[in-house]
Ligand binder design. Structure first.
Ligand code: ATP
Length: 311
């Protein structure tokens, strides 16, 4: 199973699951298959009390061979949003684990809101596959094709670095991005991606071209000329988004407020961490209690992925 000789692999790995945020998302067309042709600038942010995945592997002498039918690993979900996700084989973390016969068990802590436009299930599935890749001593990108069959966002989540994503999620180019301080705000209601695409009217929007961006200020200036083409249909489906967008945009120092993915989570970008922290404090004191509000830092291209912890 392992690609390299060397010390035995650890029996378990714990990975923090970053939130995936679409800083820009343009809908360019629709394929005959019904899938939409997208172009998106994707960034990742570590979230305090977000999702976490722990993967336990079978002892090497009890690893199953690939030619037996996939077995569902033991699966436990905890965390504040555990009640909003499937607890069985329909959970994307489990679906990913079923691709890897060496995985005996998965523990998922669900701290990110569900059906929120910030990766969620795709990010969890990618974390499971990244753990398997570390265990096998192979590149995570070796799972990109299998991952794509489970969800369009899984290849970019497997990569974990700022990227320009095209096609239906299968074409990835690294994007040179500076780190930037931000916030994520979710109105506390789920929004199904399929409903948003059904409400989408204009499907032939122009693409973006990204110039070199020296710093966070240049990134925000350039982003102001881009869009999230799913924002209008998502607002039509979920009026709560308007209140969040308005509140984030009105916060002192906010350089850009926009919805991520198919929503309803909104991100705000700030010139520095101090302005961001002040914005979080102000929003938290004024917002309805069901809003989920987090200060984040979007990783730049020079940042590495958060390391997996051996257990
Ligand atoms: P995206 O940003 O990729 O559009 P999302 O954040 O909008 O994703 P998810 O949180 O992935 O959406 O939830 C979409 C659906 O997937 C929900 O109905 C949920 O029940 C299901 N699902 C399956 N597994 C998971 C998981 N591990 N975490 C969250 N949702 C999951």
């Amino acid at each position: 199973m392992r690609a390299t000789d060397g010390p035995p692999p650890p029996p378990a790995l714990r990975l923090a699951v970053p939130a995936k945020v679409n800083l820009a998302l343009h809908v360019l067309g629709r394929r005959e298959s019904g899938y939409h042709e997208l172009q998106s600038l994707v960034a990742f942010a570590a979230v305090t009390d977000g999702d976490e995945v722990t993967v336990r592997f079978s002892p090497p002498d009890r690893e199953r061979s690939d030619d037996r039918p996939p077995r569902t690993p033991d699966f436990v979900v905890g965390g504040p949003f555990a009640g909003s996700v499937p607890h069985g084989a329909e959970n994307l973390a489990v679906a990913a684990a079923r691709l890897c016969p060496e995985i005996a068990a998965v523990h998922l802590t669900k701290g990110l809101p569900v059906a929120a436009g910030i990766g969620g299930g795709s990010a969890d599935a990618a974390a499971v596959l990244r753990a398997a890749a570390i265990h096998r001593g192979i590149a995570a990108s070796d799972f990109a094709a299998d991952g794509l069959s489970l969800g369009a966002d899984i290849p970019v989540c497997l990569d974990g670095r700022p990227s320009i994503m095209e096609g239906i999620g299968e074409v990835l180019r690294p994007a040179e991005l500076p780190p930037v301080a931000g916030i994520l705000v979710n109105p506390g209601v789920p929004l199904a991606t399929a409903d948003v695409f059904r409400a989408l009217r204009k499907r032939d929007n122009p693409p973006f071209e990204m110039p070199p961006l020296a710093d966070a200020g240049a990134l925000c200036d350039w982003l102001a000329g881009t869009r999230n083409d799913l924002e209008a249909p998502a607002r039509a489906c979920c009026p709560d988004i308007d209140a969040v967008l308005n509140a984030v945009a009105a916060t002192e120092g906010c350089a850009l407020a926009r919805m991520s993915g198919s929503g309803p989570t909104v991100f705000g970008l700030f010139p520095d961490a101090a302005a961001r922290d002040a914005a979080v404090a102000r929003l938290a004191s004024a917002a309805p209690s069901r809003w989920w509000i987090r200060a984040v830092r979007f990783s730049g291209s020079a940042d590495g992925l958060p390391p997996a912890v051996e257990m």
